[in-house]
Write a protein that binds this ligand. Sequence first.
Ligand code: ADP
Ligand code: TYD
Length: 212
Amino acid sequence: MKRGIFISIEGPDGSGKSTQIEYIKEFLQSRNMEVLFTREPGGTQIGERIREILLDKNCSEMGPMTEALLYAASRAQHVSQVIKPALAAGKVVVCDRFVDSSMAYQGFGRKLGEAVDIINVYAINGCMPDVTFLLKVDPDIGTGRIHTKRMEKEDRMDMEKAAFHQDVYRGYLELESRYPDRIVGIDASRSIEDIKSDILTKLEEVVKGVTG
Ligand code: ADP
Ligand code: TYD
C-alpha cells in the first residue's frame, strides 16, 4: 500500500506549536509535497463539534473519563475519515496534537494512567505518527505566552491549575523517554528561529528517509 508520512506536534499549551506549524508548512510546500494540516481535538465536522464541548468553559462538571473518551472519539473519527485515507494517498499529514496529548493530559494530568492507552488502541486503530515533535518548555512559560496574547480565548483546559499543567508536562517528558525512536524533544524555551532550525533539520532527515 502507498504510504505517506505522519507527523504530529506536541507540547504544553502555548509552547509554540501553531507558530512552528507555519514553518513546517512552508518547508514542505517548497518541496512540492502534498500536505494535509489538521488538528485535534477536531479535524472533521464531528470532531470539531466534540471539540466545542471539550473546550467549553461551561462544561466544568465534565468527569475525567468522559473527557478521555470524548478526545478519543474525536480521534477515532479523525483517523478513519481523514488521516488514514490521506496517508494511503501518499500525503504528508501534519497534526497539531495527537494521541500523546491524551497520554499526557488525561493519562498523567487527570491521572487515568493506562486506561487512556487502552481506549486509544481502539481510537488510533494502528495509525501512529512516524515522528512526533515535542516542544519542551515549562508550562508556566507557555501559559504566560498565552495570557499575554489571548486572555479572552482561554478555554476549559487552559483554566486548569498550574499543578495540573506541571503533571501534564512531566507526562510528556516520561513519554519522550518511553518512545525515543518516535518522539523528538525540542528545547522550546529558546527563540522561535532556533526552534524552527532544529525542527526543519530533523524534518529534512525524515523526508529524505522516505523519499530517498
Ligand atoms: P501553541 O500553538 O503551542 O498554543 P502558539 O504558537 O500559538 O502556541 O504560541 C503562543 C504564543 O507564544 C504566541 O503569541 C506566539 O507568538 C508566542 N511564541 C511562540 N513561540 C515562541 C517562542 N519561542 N518564544 C516566545 N514566544 C513565542
Ligand atoms: P488547543 O487550543 O488546540 O491547544 P493549544 O492551547 O496548545 O493551542 O486546545 C486543545 C486543548 O485540549 C489543549 O489544552 C490540550 C487538550 N487536549 C487533551 O487534553 N487531550 C487530547 O487528547 C488532545 C488532543 C488535546
